[in-house]
Design a protein around this ligand. Sequence first.
Ligand code: CA
Ligand code: CA
Length: 144
Amino acid sequence: METLFPESDRKIILDAIAEAERSTSGEIRIHIEKSSGKEPVLDRAADIFLSLGMDKTAAKNGVLIYLAVEDHQFAIIGDTGIDAVVPPDFWVTVRNVMQEHFVKKEFTTGLQKGILLAGEQLKAHFPFHKDDTDELTNEISFGK
Ligand code: CA
Ligand code: CA
């Protein structure tokens, strides 16, 4: 999977997360793998969310963008603190923007734009505070 995302692409994604997290206290992570296997994509994403310890943020505002490249599937999962305050269609715009790029196999651009948009959306509900810490690493997590 890593080979699909060379160093230069990873940097674009890392920079996008860093930029998004300068607007919001929300913590965005990316997990990329070939396939979610037999599991429905949302279930798989929820498992990854927990296995990355993303449920441990103070404000329960972790966001996982999960991408199964060969399945052409992805999911965005926000923690309970986000679900409690945002409307059900909160992620629709982000999802649509990502989808537009993913169908063209523009994975890096899709992730970059999705991350930046997620940051902007989250800003309204979870603004950045000056004493904010980086609770979850911005490093991309790669599966098999
Ligand atoms: Ca933070
Ligand atoms: Ca972070």
